[in-house]
Design a protein around this ligand. Structure first.
Ligand SMILES: [Zn+2]
Ligand SMILES: [Zn+2]
Length: 325
């Protein structure tokens, strides 16, 4: 009892025991629960998974045994107290902005399957790339124009995403899982390179409480948002707050960027080995609203140093950059 009271006092003195929850996107090969076992071995606070093969339109429904093994794994990790330790990432095939009605229908159907799987597994957030409008393409070298209203083609695409999310909300009413729209590098005709796009969608859906956001550091920098100094990183985060609201971000992807600032290249580098800059990670890890939400690596695992996995190395690096480290 005395011990417990002292603990409560410590928390009060430190202004709360909140800290970043660090984890990684881990493989479900051999069964969904394998990702949880790997998370335990790595000492992760949280994890991101696919709930099926992310490159196939058709997949087997989750078996009861899969769900039971998953829930047992969550229990063993002690992740039952709160529900936001796990995030899923949707299939790369989903394009909710597709102008082709058949493609749009297929995407909505696949995304509904994603949400149903999350709900069955008790996963509270499903990260989704907003989509590509597939109209007038820009040249590869052409930069994103940031901080301005979407173009007419972009607006049409964003409208189709709103329609998709509204339909999904009607078809999954009562579900707890939220869709976390992720910022993108803006390659091809992909939407979401500017936080204004993400806010545009959430502002127009019928049930905004079912929509949150995912912030990816690599995508932000490759999209053209300079976070290389403390001041620059803070101003990117301030704009994100003003448009989307930092408290509506329900997952963070911690990746460094191989591509240069504004390169529109989606290639993830190990933390400290890319163009994001250490101040970018310090700023992101220090956002008060982002303590105790899943922050996960999506970086290559193979080929670490001294027999260690890259995840272990990157997690240690992120831990050292975290507040009160
Ligand atoms: Zn990401
Ligand atoms: Zn990426």
């Amino acid at each position: 009892m005395a011990k417990k009271q002292r603990g409560a006092e410590d928390v009060a003195n430190s202004g709360g025991d909140r800290r970043p929850w660090l984890g990684s996107h881990l493989s479900i090969a051999g069964g969904m629960h394998h990702a949880l076992e790997a998370a335990e071995t790595l000492g992760c606070d949280c994890v991101q998974v696919f709930t099926k093969n992310q490159r196939q339109w058709k997949s087997k429904p989750l078996a009861e045994g899969d769900v039971m093994a998953w829930k047992a794994g969550i229990e063993r990790l002690g992740w039952t107290d709160r529900r936001n330790r796990v995030v899923s990432h949707n299939s790369y095939l989903v394009n909710m902005a597709s102008p082709d009605s058949e493609g749009w229908e297929k995407s909505v159907t696949l995304q509904r399957d994603e949400l149903e799987r999350c709900e069955a597994l008790g996963i509270p957030a499903c990260v989704a790339h907003p989509g590509a409008h597939l109209e007038s393409k820009r040249k590869p070298g052409e930069p994103n124009v940031l901080g301005v209203a979407p173009t007419p083609a972009e607006e049409k695409g964003l409208g189709r995403i709103v329609a998709a999310l509204d339909r999904l909300e009607r078809e999954t009413r009562g579900f707890e899982v939220r869709t976390a729209l992720e910022n993108t590098v803006g390659s091809g005709t992909n939407l979401g390179y500017d936080p204004g796009h993400l806010a545009w969608i959430r502002d127009r859906v019928a049930a905004p409480e079912r929509v949150g956001f995912c912030f990816d550091t690599c995508h932000a920098v490759a999209a053209g948002h300079d976070m290389s100094t403390v001041t620059k990183a803070q101003s990117v985060l301030a704009r994100l707050d003003a448009t989307c609201g930092l408290d509506q971000v329900i997952a963070v992807h911690l990746n460094d960027s191989v591509g240069d600032l504004g390169s529109r290249k989606d290639r993830h580098a190990h933390i400290g080995h890319g163009t994001c800059g250490i101040p970018c990670f310090e700023a992101v890890l220090g956002v008060p609203a982002w303590q105790e939400i899943p922050m996960v690596l999506e970086t290559e695992k193979e080929g670490g140093l001294d027999g260690r996995s890259w995840d272990a190395i990157n997690l240690e690096m992120l831990g050292s950059l975290s507040p009160r480290a």
